[in-house]
Design a protein around this ligand. Structure first.
Ligand SMILES: NC(=O)c1ccc[n+]([C@@H]2O[C@H](COP(=O)([O-])OP(=O)(O)OC[C@H]3O[C@@H](n4cnc5c(N)ncnc54)[C@H](OP(=O)(O)O)[C@@H]3O)[C@@H](O)[C@H]2O)c1
Length: 323
């Protein structure tokens, strides 16, 4: 089968097409013929060699796929021929991949494979950050960084549907327009102004109840300048490459919390907890209450261009590979 391999840690040029044997499913796994593979920021960090605990080259990246089951392990009750989406333990950038049967779900008829592939990582992460870890309530103010991105596009919609007042940051007017279309009440261009100043102006200094931060670095530091008393900030990534470094003295005097979220480790330790929102998400996506924004479709052998598209901050929504 055709697959994309990270040959060594480095820039997007280390993503090379290769031929590999089709994997064989273990008893608790299924083999999926991949129609769409999702690209996530973590894939880029694994390629660069900066993802904590990431694999050593050579490896096939890709945490989520959608496609057709072609073979099942002895313990799986799923039927060959079923269209499914799934989180996988890597190996998604390929014509075939294996996934644990417990992480696989049938794609509802209203959704295409390209749409369904945004659900396993980005929608579950957005939901987990906002509600499980973040405890977002109706009427609260929420700030979503990279609001036009993959997780961001999902989070803005989920927060707006939960009747929160939604603030979002992005680096261009086009991205801010996109976030506004998805339900962001206050899109803020952080390149041209201080988002903390803008938020403190709008809220009369009261600040934000819940902040979702996948950017880290200066963005996390500035976030603490507009976090409300009793506010929560969920740290779930570091697209700047610099993880969040909380100022605990500030947290202490303001009764604030910094909370972590990691989908993979939630799935590993408590799969039921990680997958609880799945049925609700599938139903809302099927009836149009939520939408998957597909921001780019690339052939398998264009994986390098797809990574660059995200790294250059040109992308919006979900970016997929189509083997
Ligand atoms: N904890 C988890 O389980 C989990 C799961 C999925 C994703 N994540 C994390 O969530 C974040 C978003 O992931 P995603 O896949 O949806 O990516 P994405 O948001 O589609 O793309 C990353 C965005 O981050 C912003 N950004 C800020 N500084 C950047 C920099 N130095 N280089 C590149 N981009 C930068 C850019 O938006 P602007 O141009 O608008 O600034 C860019 O579009 C990532 O940190 C990812 O690791 C965590």
């Amino acid at each position: 089968m055709r697959a994309i391999e990270v040959t060594e840690h480095g820039d997007a040029s280390v993503l090379q097409e290769t031929e590999r044997d089709r994997p064989t499913p273990e008893s608790n796994e299924v083999l999926i013929e991949v129609t769409a593979a999702g690209i996530n920021f973590a894939d880029i960090q694994q390629r660069m060699g900066i993802y904590p605990g990431g694999p050593s080259p050579p490896f096939i990246p890709g945490f989520e796929v959608a496609g057709t089951i072609v073979e099942t392990g002895a313990d799986s009750s799923l039927e060959p021929g079923t269209m499914v989406a799934s989180i996988c333990p890597g190996g998604g950038y390929a014509e075939y991949t294996v996934a644990e049967a417990g992480s696989v779900f049938p794609i509802p008829p209203a959704l295409s494979a390209a749409e369904a592939v945004a659900i396993p990582v980005q929608f579950l992460t957005a939901h987990g950050c906002l509600f499980d870890r973040g405890g977002l309530g109706a009427g609260e103010r929420v700030l979503i960084h990279a609001a036009a991105g993959g997780v961001g596009s999902a989070a803005v919609q989920l927060a707006a549907n939960a009747d929160a007042e939604v603030f979002g940051t992005a680096s261009s007017e086009e991205k801010l327009e996109h976030a506004r279309d998805l339900g962001c009440d206050h899109p803020i261009n952080y390149e041209t102004q201080s988002f903390a100043d803008v938020i403190n102006d709008i809220t009369g200094g009261d600040g934000i109840d819940l902040i979702i931060d996948g950017v880290g670095g200066d963005t996390f530091r500035e976030s603490l300048d507009c976090l409300a008393h009793f506010g929560r900030i969920v740290t779930m990534g570091a697209s700047t490459g610099e993880p969040a470094r909380p100022n605990t003295a500030k947290l202490l005097v303001n009764n604030q919390q910094v909370i972590g979220f990691h989908l993979g480790n939630t799935l590993a330790r408590n799969p039921e907890r990680a997958l609880t929102p799945l049925d609700e998400l599938l139903s809302s996506l099927s009836d149009g209450e939520l939408e998957v924004v597909i921001g780019g479709r690339f052939d398998l052998d264009e994986a390098g261009s797809a990574h660059s598209f995200i790294e250059d901050r040109s992308s919006r929504g979900k970016i997929i590979l189509e083997p």
